[in-house]
Design a protein around this ligand. Structure first.
Ligand code: UDP
Length: 454
C-alpha cells in the first residue's frame, strides 16, 4: 500500500517575474518566463509597468498585473535613463506590494498554490526588499554580459576613490567603461550600488544570467569567487525558447526585400530600443551607407533621431543616391533578419541581446556603441572575440564607409566571418546538447530544481 507521503501531489508553483520595462530587458525576462512555463510547468505572473508593456495576448497562459510607474509615454527614449530607472524603483513599490498581497491571499480553491519566488531584473531592485518583507524568495536576472558588472563596479570605484581601474580590467579602456545616459554620476553610482554587485549583502537566493559560461569563463570565475549566492549563466535564452516579445510592431515586408538580394551582401543597421542620435550623426550615417555602395536594411525607430518624428532629417538627395539599394523600416523582426542568407553584416549599437543574436547567426558586426554596457560589449566583440570592427572616432561618413567595406568585403572580412561562424557553431552545439538532454545537467535544470525546492 502506498503511504500518504508517496501519493502526495506536489503543489502547483507560481513564479512572479518583474522585467525592467525596456525591450532589451523585457525580452530575456519573457523568454525565461516562457521556459519556466512550457518546459518546467510553473504558473507565471508578469508584474509589468503600464509604460511600454508587451502585448499580453502573445502570452495567453500568463497572468499580467500592472505596476503604477508614473512614467509618461513620451519618455519612450529617455534623455536621462538613470533618473527614470531610479524613479521606477520608487514609483512601483506600493503597487507591487499590493499586487503581491493580492496574489498571496488566493481564493480557497487555489490555496494549494505556492509562490515559488520573485524573479526581478537587477535594475528593479525594489522587489528584493518587498519579497523579503513578504517572506518570499527573490532571484535576480541579469540581462547584460558578465564583464559589464565588473566594469560598472570599476567605474563606480573610480568615482568614489579616484583610483584608476583600467589595468585591472584589461582590455577595457576608459572610454569602454559603461557610463549610461545621464548627466548625474551620483544617480548612476546609486543605481549601480543598489543592483547586487557581489560586495553588498543580498537576500536574493541566486543570480540568473543571460550569458554563456564558456563565452565569459574567466570573467565568470572571478565573479563566482566573490559572489555569496549561486550564479546560473543560462544564456542564450533566445535560442532556448522562442517567444513573441516585441513591444513595437515588426515590419515583415523587409524579409521579402531581403529575398531579392544576393547572399551575404546586405548590411543590417539597428541601434536597439533606447539609443538615439542627433541630426548630424544621422546624416553622417546616411552618407556613410550611401557611399559604401553596399545594400542595406536600416531600422530607424520613430523618435530615435532628436527633433524628428521619423526620417524627415534624411539628407536631401539621399534617397536618389541609393536608388533601390536600401530599405528603411521603423522596427524589424531582427532575429529573422539576422538569420536571412542575404545579411552579411550587422552595424549595431552592441546591446547584449543584439550581440548574442548576431553571434548566434554568425553575422560579424560593425560596432558603434552609444552608452552603458554597449561600450563594453563593443570592445569584447571587436578586440577579444574579433568578430567585429569598432568605429572608434564617432560617426563620420568616411570612417563609416571604410568600416562597412572592411566588414563586408576582402580578406579581413572573410576571416572575421569564419570566426563568427565558429561562434555560431559553438552556440548551435550547446543548444542542441541542452535540448537533447531535455535540459538536464544544465544551469537551467539546477535553477528549476532550486525554484521547486521548499
Ligand atoms: N529588436 C527588434 N527589432 C528591431 C531592433 C531591435 O526586434 O528593429 C530587438 C533585438 O532583436 C533585441 C532587442 O530588440 O532583442 C534590443 O535589445 P538590445 O539588448 O540589443 O538593445 P537595447 O534595446 O537594450 O539597447
Amino acid at each position: 500500500m502506498e503511504t500518504a507521503k508517496q501519493t502526495e501531489i506536489p503543489k502547483p508553483r507560481r513564479i512572479v517575474l518583474v522585467p525592467c520595462p525596456y525591450q532589451g530587458h523585457i525580452t530575456p525576462m519573457l523568454q525565461l518566463a516562457s521556459f519556466l512555463h512550457s518546459v518546467a510547468g510553473f504558473s507565471i505572473t508578469i508584474a509589468h509597468t503600464r509604460f511600454n508593456s508587451p502585448n499580453p495576448s502573445n502570452f495567453p497562459h500568463f497572468q499580467f498585473v500592472y505596476l503604477d510607474d508614473g512614467i509618461p509615454e513620451k519618455e519612450a527614449i529617455p534623455t536621462d535613463l538613470i533618473a527614470v530607472l531610479l524613479e521606477l524603483n520608487v514609483n512601483c513599490r506600493d503597487s507591487f506590494k499590493a499586487e503581491m498581497r493580492k496574489l498571496m491571499a488566493v481564493e480557497p480553491e487555489d490555496s494549494s498554490e505556492v509562490i515559488a519566488g520573485v524573479i526581478h531584473d537587477e535594475i528593479m531592485f525594489f522587489c528584493e526588499e518587498i519579497a523579503s518583507d513578504l517572506k518570499l524568495r527573490s532571484f535576480i536576472l541579469r540581462t547584460t554580459a558578465a564583464v559589464t558588472s565588473l566594469a560598472r563596479m570599476a567605474l563606480v570605484s573610480l568615482n568614489d576613490e579616484g583610483m584608476d581601474p583600467i589595468p585591472k580590467l584589461h582590455p577595457l579602456r576608459f572610454k569602454d567603461l559603461p557610463i549610461s545616459l545621464t548627466t548625474d554620476f551620483t544617480g548612476y553610482s546609486k543605481l549601480m550600488k543598489k543592483t547586487y554587485n557581489m560586495e553588498t549583502p543580498t537576500t536574493a537566493k541566486a543570480i540568473i544570467w543571460n550569458t554563456m559560461e564558456w563565452l565569459e569563463d574567466s570573467i565568470m570565475a572571478k565573479i563566482e569567487n566573490k559572489s555569496t549566492v549561486p550564479i546560473f549563466p543560462i544564456g542564450p535564452l533566445h535560442r532556448i525558447v522562442s517567444a513573441q516579445t516585441s513591444v513595437l510592431k515588426e515590419d515583415f515586408d523587409c524579409l521579402s526585400w531581403l529575398d531579392e538580394q544576393a547572399d551575404n551582401v546586405v548590411i543590417y543597421v539597428a541601434i536597439g530600443s533606447i539609443a538615439s542620435y542627433n541630426e548630424k550623426a544621422f546624416g553622417e550615417m546616411a552618407w556613410g551607407l550611401a557611399n559604401s555602395q553596399q545594400p542595406f536594411l536600416w531600422v530607424v525607430q520613430p523618435g530615435a533621431i532628436h527633433g524628428s518624428e521619423w526620417i524627415e532629417a534624411l539628407p536631401k538627395d539621399f534617397l536618389e543616391a541609393i536608388g533601390g539599394r536600401g530599405y528603411i523600416v521603423k522596427w524589424a523582426p531582427q532575429k529573422q533578419v539576422l538569420a536571412h542568407r542575404a545579411v552579411g553584416g550587422f552595424w549595431s549599437h552592441c546591446g547584449w541581446n543584439s550581440s548574442m543574436e548576431s553571434l548566434s547567426e554568425g553575422v560579424p558586426m560593425l560596432c558603434s556603441p552609444c552608452f552603458g554596457d554597449q561600450k563594453v560589449n563593443a570592445r569584447y566583440l571587436s578586440y577579444v572575440w574579433r568578430v567585429g570592427i569598432q568605429l572608434e572616432n564617432g560617426l563620420e561618413r568616411e570612417e563609416i564607409e571604410k568600416g562597412i567595406r572592411r566588414l563586408m568585403v576582402g580578406e579581413e572580412s572573410k576571416e572575421m566571418r569564419e570566426r563568427t561562424k565558429d561562434f555560431k557553431e559553438k552556440i548551435e552545439a550547446y543548444v542542441l546538447k541542452v535540448k537533447d538532454q531535455c535540459y538536464s545537467h544544465t544551469y537551467l535544470a539546477e535553477l528549476v530544481s532550486l525554484l521547486k525546492s521548499s
